[in-house]
Design a protein around this ligand. Sequence first.
Ligand SMILES: Cc1ncc(COP(=O)(O)O)c(C=O)c1O
Length: 377
Amino acid sequence: MVRPQHGGEVWEHSPHLIDFSCNLNPFGPPEETIKIILENMNYIINYPDDQCTHLKSTLSDHLDVPLRNIIVGCGSTELIKAFAEAFVKQNDHVIVCSPTYDEYAFYCQFMGGIVDRVPLREDKEFFLEAESLFELVDGSTRAVFLCNPNNPTSRFESKNKILEVVEECENKSVMVFIDEAFIDFLREGKSNSCVSEVQNHDNLFVSRSLTKIFSIPGVRVGYGVGGEEIIKYMDKARLSWNVGILEQALACGLIGDCHSYLERTVRFVETEKRRMYEKLSCIGGYQPVRPDANFIFVKIKELGVNSTDFKNIMLTHGFLIRDCSSFGEAFSNYIRIAIKKSEQNAGLLEKLKAVSEEILSSGRKKFEAPEKSISKC
Ligand SMILES: Cc1ncc(COP(=O)(O)O)c(C=O)c1O
């Protein structure tokens, strides 16, 4: 087992690098972020509230979900781990899509689980084929993990389709984990979220991240909602004092108080992702997948270089993009790029065009990708 790979590894590179590998809010953290952190600095001499009482009550009001259905984590990542620790035991089968966020499979395997993969097919625009998933469900299946919108494909499934899976699984006593880390970036996200369904389906758990939408990944806080029994077990699996004082204060301050920031984000991402997709489609060598979320999955097979070499080429030009080969062999010709500010996106498009022209004109065979070189950035 190897630890999952992620984008955002800026620490390894030049500070001038523009990071398109991490899918964060292009506007950066909301204005009030620093003020809230400074106002709460004096309290770090105490342990944090282990029960996250105030934050849970803020979430309960914001989501209209009872307190007993809410858990808070050190990022939504802790909740993926806690779910696996609470429910997956040796030889239990779990179903995950391919490609999808790697952490579900990783933590389930860590608990001794066996991962069955349901392929998301290019010729189906990477939409989930529920029937293929149902064929994998049997008496040994413990849980199904779905990421909506899905990382890295950027594909968003309707609530009806997700509920179809939840209901089928409920009939077979299989749990369903829905990761909605990127849902706030979509206009149709709120009406399609499964958060409001946790009281109707005992087998359902929904995780949400605050770090993407508020662009605060260095502050570790996320939350999840689920059936009361699920939350009880997961609460035992989480770390004591898992959410720090600054994290709790910041989450309380930002949730429910950022309406115009969120609206501005959704409006911007909506326009910019369409613009980026159209422009990218016109550059030779790139086949972007129509994006639903704030990032674009791009096939680069026509360039004749694999995504690891391509990432290294882009690094020499000062751009960090996500090499998708870690999502599996079949994706070693795919990259993922975030939607950032318009000027940054324009800069990336210009460089992608120049790089593809250089690669295609130098001939696929003759072209040699540089060794991974950080100092050149
Ligand atoms: C789909 C998905 N879910 C969850 C996470 C974890 O987010 P966090 O732990 O910062 O809430 C990520 C991070 O990249 C992600 O891509």
